[in-house]
Design a protein around this ligand. Sequence first.
Ligand code: PLP
Length: 352
Amino acid sequence: MSETPVTTDLSANENPLGPSPKALAAIESAMVGLNRYPDRSCARLKAALAERLGVDREQLAIGNGSCELLELAVRALVRPGQSVVIGTPGFPAYRGVVQRAGGKVRLVPARSYFDDLDAMLAQIDETTPLVVLGNPTNPAGTLSGRERLMGFLRRLPAGVTLILDEAYHDYVDTREYPDAVDLQRAGWPVIALRSFSKAHGLAGLRVGYAVAAPDVIARIETGHQQFNTNTLAQAAALAALDDEAHLWMSVGLNRVGRGELFQGLAARGLNPVPSQASFILFPVAHAASLAGRLAERGVLVKRLARYGLDDHVRVSTGMPEDHCRFFEALDGVLGESEGVVAVRSACPVLGG
Ligand SMILES: Cc1ncc(COP(=O)(O)O)c(C=O)c1O
């Protein structure tokens, strides 16, 4: 039996505009040097980031995607048996890296799709070296605003570090957003993680960076192999950083797309969650069935059982024509399967 070809992939929060043209040109120029090893110190990329962010190079680590840095930071800070506090639903990698490091995961249920920072604080004990927070979160796309996060940091026990995963940082458009790099610069015990996979459109090359105190960065960097980011990735990230036009086009497209998806889902009574990221979450009974039926029509969305949410679906922003195909497929499924795809009520308090 032949499978339906995928016409529209809205499952992985990738940049629908593609990579920056400047990054593609930089890759082409760098190709002639591929007989040489990469610059293991990522000197040019670090210098550019240091200038852009107003931090020292010693406060920066470059990784094979921000997920590598997440793993390295957890390995550097967590000893077997220690507990790490994480909000749920959340990015499954957080749980995975803690488990691989031999740590114990303490999952704290979100309230109405927002991480419950008070409950997370209450879960910290004397064996806790680390809390991991996505800001914005994946899969809800909500964020912890400045006031709530500052209240959390003020009450964070001494010796506990907060990883703030800002993979979707560029898409945020509220002034309430607390910038993790600012917090790091101000001396809070924060590790900021950022990615070139999203708004910069370089997911396939794997580049991310961490901003943290120099001693933490030194510990992170001793954990990776010497050539963890390749020549093309470094060249492309450096060029993408300089391509403000592509970044702003990506951010603008996402803002419009987010609104379009939200309104389209709301108009169908599907109670989407307002998002600050590049995707929209919505509750639906029999989510796996909905995702499967959309896939049969060539449209991929994200099933979330691994995220701790098997009654929701997440759809990434795409090009306007992707949204048309998504809604066309969705209407087809909803039309033929009343009851199978029963609409869930908005904003339940989410369980763990
Ligand atoms: C919250 C979050 N953090 C990190 C990542 C991965 O980033 P990278 O591609 O830089 O490893 C993702 C990717 O989907 C994500 O959703």
